[in-house]
Design a protein around this ligand. Structure first.
Ligand SMILES: NC(=O)c1ccc[n+]([C@@H]2O[C@H](COP(=O)([O-])OP(=O)(O)OC[C@H]3O[C@@H](n4cnc5c(N)ncnc54)[C@H](O)[C@@H]3O)[C@@H](O)[C@H]2O)c1
Length: 314
């Protein structure tokens, strides 16, 4: 469906900017709302000439009054460095942000999608993680502001659904990468690429045998859009991610090869609460959305490396 009035919170961020771009291609009117905490105007500058695109500086912890048909709620810092910078604000962004956006959705009868996260599974004791797994989350650790904030946001979404019949959709996003990731966000893909491009040592936390799966941003955006287009009552939560696993050492070696770098691997202690394994079970996304990731890690990495090469002017 095209021609909708769409609000994207966190639209100037990494995933949000790709989402805005796709929505505009679909002839939708897009209102991008962001407080630029981690997002950047440069991420959306190329969209400003489009008369169907608008931006508004706004913090989602405050109410917003706009007329829209659909809301993609992405506002929230996503990397540990950023969400631990002001943990109280992080919880507020997830929880107050969800309340404000759900309140808006209820008022204007809009459909609303929440960008939740695989972090709701915490340090999982089942592998891979399916949506029915309730998670193993430390409520008082340094990651809790993000994990518990996102869990509470999910609760609010489902209570608005049960209590007010709000048309909700919840996706749980697993590690996503691609152009416009923040160069200093400390996330593994951007970290490795930036270190490799600068010829610096590549930092591996722990033995580097912990695994992650990486989803290219175009695949993720496709999954988010498909979820938004499902019929009312398909609420999720639905996992979106790439189930192909790589160890940190494998990822580092791939990046070094693609960059053509001389960087060496150095090991540092594991941060607190760092999960050993994280891999989505995407059966539900495959059946309900007919979605699975298409972009191979190597191809996605090449695009991301070109982006960082331009950004760092190397
Ligand atoms: N990138 C991933 O791997 C990943 C994984 C799981 C979930 N997610 C979720 O997807 C969403 C987007 O993540 P991203 O990777 O693009 O991160 P990002 O940091 O690039 O984007 C988040 C955006 O939200 C904005 N923002 C933060 N607090 C805000 C507030 N109070 N009011 C308004 N705007 C605010 C930031 O300025 C930024 O533009 C987040 O909700 C994140 O939790 C991302």
């Amino acid at each position: 469906m095209s021609g909708n009035r769409i609000l994207v919170t966190g639209g100037a961020g990494f995933i949000g900017s790709h989402l805005c771009e796709r929505l505009l291609k679909n002839d939708d009117d897009v209102l991008c709302v962001d407080n630029y905490f981690t997002g950047r105007k440069a991420n959306i500058a190329h969209l400003l000439h489009n008369s169907r695109f608008e931006i508004q500086r706004h913090d989602v912890t405050f109410p917003l009054y706009v007329e829209v048909d659909r809301i993609f709620n992405l506002a929230c810092p996503a990397s540990p460095i950023h969400y631990q910078h002001d943990p109280v604000q992080t919880t507020k962004t997830s929880v107050h942000g969800a309340i404000n956006m759900l309140g808006l959705a209820k008022r204007v009868k809009a459909r609303i999608l929440q960008a939740s996260t695989s972090e709701v599974y915490g340090d999982p004791d089942v592998h891979p993680q399916a949506e029915g797994y309730w998670g193993r989350v430390n409520p008082v650790g340094i990651r809790s502001c993000y994990d518990e904030g996102k869990r509470c946001a999910e609760t609010l979404f489902f209570d608005y659904y049960r209590q007010h019949r709000t048309d909700i959709k919840v996706v749980r996003i697993f590690n996503t990468y691609g152009p416009r990731m923040h160069p200093n966000d400390g996330r593994v893909v951007s970290n490795f690429i930036v270190q490799a491009l600068r010829g610096e040592d590549i930092t591996i936390y722990g033995d580097g045998l912990q695994t992650r799966s990486f989803c290219y941003v175009d695949d993720l955006v496709e999954g988010i859009l498909r979820m938004m287009d499902t019929e009312k009552g398909v609420t999720g939560p639905i996992n979106l991610g790439n189930p192909v696993e790589f160890t940190m050492v494998q990822l580092a070696e791939k990046v070094i090869r693609l960059v053509g770098s001389r960087s060496r691997l150095v090991h540092k202690p594991l941060p607190q609460d760092d999960p050993r394994q994280r891999k989505p079970d995407i059966d539900l996304a495959q059946t309900k959305l007919d979605w699975s990731p298409k972009v191979a890690l190597e191809d996605g990495l090449k695009e991301t490396i070109s982006y960082f090469r331009r950004e760092l002017a190397l």
